[in-house]
Design a protein around this ligand. Structure first.
Ligand code: COA
Ligand code: MG
Length: 290
């Protein structure tokens, strides 16, 4: 299943946890990392476990963002939440796929302990949060069958670099962050998993989010992180093929079906060949929920 929207929910906020289920997000990402203070972490672990146990997963997955593996918080996070059988774990600040392999081992052990089917728990690394990770993004290919996608982060990368902002004066991401985004997209493709765009922090600007989603989808991302309930429907809509797009895709498929085996044709005065057919078939498949 393609995941379109993933909504962060601070793990220590009973109010936001209560609100989260009604948002329509494909994935709720219960956070134990950056949105939770050290003092409140033990309480947050308990709330997250309770939530995992109580939440009906028929229409919505529940994932947990743990603390980075190179901190002493990550194993207690995992041990605390695995009895709730999370659908996946978001892995922040990995340097490379070695962190995914390590997490894969921890999950296998904990799945065994909890009587969960081996391999059930998926992994989503936030692959560009430290500068050094940018040079090792090819490492994710083949790292683990649990790998669900790759996403990228602009906030922690700015902190790591020492940049005072990740944006230029015109509000667009600056060079290092555009590079991170592009490398994440290419690395996800290389690994055969979903590329998931980072969050839009400006959560009251709905038109801006719509534009971000449109661009992300055009570029090849198939989902996006959210931080506020209002962002979810915009993201879900934006990553859903429109009726016009589906019609156009069907016309391409029909044109090839009637072409007597020709490899290149014209449609509305434009050349179409094999890559267009592949894309059209892929788009039509999303309608069937593939
Ligand atoms: N998940 C669930 N509910 C949320 C939510 C979220 N991420 N963000 C806001 N809400 C709830 C609010 O509690 C409020 O509920 P109410 O109607 O019962 O009062 C409602 O949605 C409207 O929220 P609003 O007042 O517009 O925003 P806010 O000022 O309460 O919160 C943020 C703004 C940014 C602090 C909040 O959206 C948030 O915590 N986002 C997630 C942050 C996070 O997880 N960061 C880590 C990843 S980078
Ligand atoms: Mg962070």
């Amino acid at each position: 299943m393609t995941i379109k929207s993933l909504l962060f929910v601070p793990g220590d906020s009973e109010k936001k946890l209560a609100k989260a289920a009604g948002t329509g997000a494909d994935v709720l990402l219960l956070d134990l990392e950056d949105s939770v203070s050290h003092e409140r972490l033990p309480q947050a672990r308990g709330l997250v476990l309770d939530y995992l146990k109580a939440h009906d997963r028929a229409h919505q997955q529940v994932w947990v963002r743990i603390n980075p593996l190179n901190t002493d918080l990550s194993l207690p996070d995992l041990v605390a939440v695995m009895p709730g059988k999370p659908d996946g774990i978001m892995l922040p600040k990995p340097m490379n796929a070695e962190a995914v392999r390590q997490l894969d081992h921890f999950l296998s052990a904990l799945e065994q302990r909890e009587g969960i089917a081996l391999g059930h728990t998926r992994i989503l690394p936030v692959a560009t949060e430290v500068a050094g990770a940018m040079f090792q993004l090819d490492s994710y290919a083949g790292s683990s069958a649990r790998l669900a996608g790759l996403t990228w982060g602009a906030e922690d990368l700015a902190t790591d670099i020492g940049a005072t902002s990740n944006k230029k004066d015109d509000g667009e991401f600056d060079d290092a962050f555009v590079l991170a985004r592009t490398l994440c997209l290419l690395a996800a493709t290389h690994a055969g998993v979903q590329a998931i765009d980072t969050l839009t922090v400006d959560f009251r600007n709905h038109a801006g989010l719509q534009a971000d989603v449109r661009r992300a989808r055009r570029q090849g991302f198939s989902g996006k992180l959210a931080i506020h309930p209002d962002q979810v429907a915009i993201i879900n809509d934006g990553f859903t093929a429109t009726a016009e797009e589906l019609q156009h895709a069907q016309r391409i498929v029909d044109a090839f079906a009637q072409s007597n085996g020709a490899g290149a044709l014209q449609l509305d005065g434009k050349m179409i060949d094999k890559p267009h057919l592949t894309q059209a078939l892929r788009l039509l498949a999303t309608r069937k929920g593939d």
